[in-house]
Design a protein around this ligand. Structure first.
Ligand SMILES: Nc1ncnc2c1ncn2[C@@H]1O[C@H](COP(=O)(O)OP(=O)(O)OP(=O)(O)O)[C@@H](O)[C@H]1O
Ligand SMILES: [Mg+2]
Length: 307
């Protein structure tokens, strides 16, 4: 009798490596982690970190050079059909057949997975993704954001237990972002596992139970979102100025146009920072003092610092 009857994780990556250009480029350099069933997991990393490569290996679109990947216990190579059926993938690139209507596109995808008479669910997807009035439109008549909505509907059409979203909100307006996240959060509450990549860190902070950070093909941080946030300097000073910053402050500041953000360990460091600015005659406008967010943690980790 087996001692443990624990269900396999929804997704399991074991020492996944992927090289390109005859081994010169290590897109994935030994990625190992599991995503348990029901989790909402965020995969973050700068451009070129390997996020899409990892998702391509997961979806069977690319073959790992080394390592194993399983979806709901199914190996993505040896048991491809079962692994693929358990997944709904929203790809980063917009790919679609321009000659079909939105409804036809969804019916075809449904048929591909062997799901017949699926119009009730297709209608629910169209409504939830704000596409109901576009059901008969040809794909080529849709705007970029609407095509992305169809890609989301396509990924969900066979009700996969594991949903993978590779930057689903790139180029999507604020209203759809909100409806999309409400819908995905509902599916997650109903038991679907979600793997999300995004460059909108506030989305990841709001939605994800755990977050993994990829840098040059390696996981450099992986923790509960709350734990990652607790790791950072707790206070953030934000202000606007037109003047040059003193070098010691400039070295630890993030500057976007006139907006300056500086982290501080505690209240005393807030005071010394402000005093230094005053002493140097740097005028400070619209000063805000708040908590550091996931973006601060991300930038510190990517700089190679130890938050
Ligand atoms: N088919 C390919 N041939 C050669 N190199 C590739 C290929 N696909 C990806 N790469 C390289 O692998 C690395 C990882 O790319 P990947 O697309 O996974 O990054 P990403 O984290 O998804 O980035 P982004 O945030 O820009 O989407 C990059 O250096 C990229 O140039
Ligand atoms: Mg990508």
């Amino acid at each position: 009798m087996p001692i443990s009857t624990a269900a396999p994780p929804a997704i399991s990556f074991q020492n996944v490596k992927k090289t390109y250009r005859g081994g010169q480029l290590k897109a994935l350099d030994g990625v190992t982690f599991d995503i348990p069933c029901g989790e909402f997991f965020g995969l973050l990393g700068p451009n070129g970190a390997g996020k899409t490569t990892l998702i391509s290996v997961l979806a069977g679109l690319a073959r790992a050079t080394e390592g194993r990947v399983r979806v709901m216990g199914h190996d993505v190579v040896d048991d491809y059909a079962a692994a693929r059926k358990a997944l709904g993938v929203v790809p980063q690139e917009l790919v679609f057949d321009p000659f079909f209507s939105v409804r036809e596109t969804l019916r075809i995808q449904s048929g591909y997975f062997g799901v017949k008479n699926n119009d009730v669910w297709i209608d629910e997807l169209l409504t939830n993704l704000g596409l109901a009035d576009k059901a008969h439109a040809n794909m080529r008549q849709l705007s970029g954001g609407m095509k992305r909505r169809v890609l989301v509907a396509q990924a969900l059409v066979h009700r996969p237990p594991v949903i993978v979203l590779d930057e689903p909100t790139a180029g999507v307006d604020v209203e759809l972002r909100q409806t999309l996240w409400q819908f995905i959060a509902r599916l997650n509450k109903e038991g679907h596992t979600v793997l999300l990549t995004t460059h909108y860190l506030e989305e990841a902070e709001a939605l994800c139970h755990r977050i993994g950070m990829l840098k040059s093909g390696r996981i450099v941080a992986l923790d509960r979102t709350s734990q990652l946030l607790a790791r950072t300097h707790s206070t953030m000073l934000r202000f606007k100025t037109d003047a040059a910053l003193p070098p010691d402050i400039a070295a630890r500041a993030r500057v976007t146009g006139r907006i300056v953000q500086v982290t501080a360990q505690d209240a005393a460091e807030v005071e010394t920072t402000l005093a230094a600015l005053r002493q140097q005659g740097v005028p400070v406008e619209d000063l805000e003092i708040g908590r550091a967010d996931l973006e601060d943690v991300f930038l510190e980790i990517m700089k190679g610092g130890q938050p």
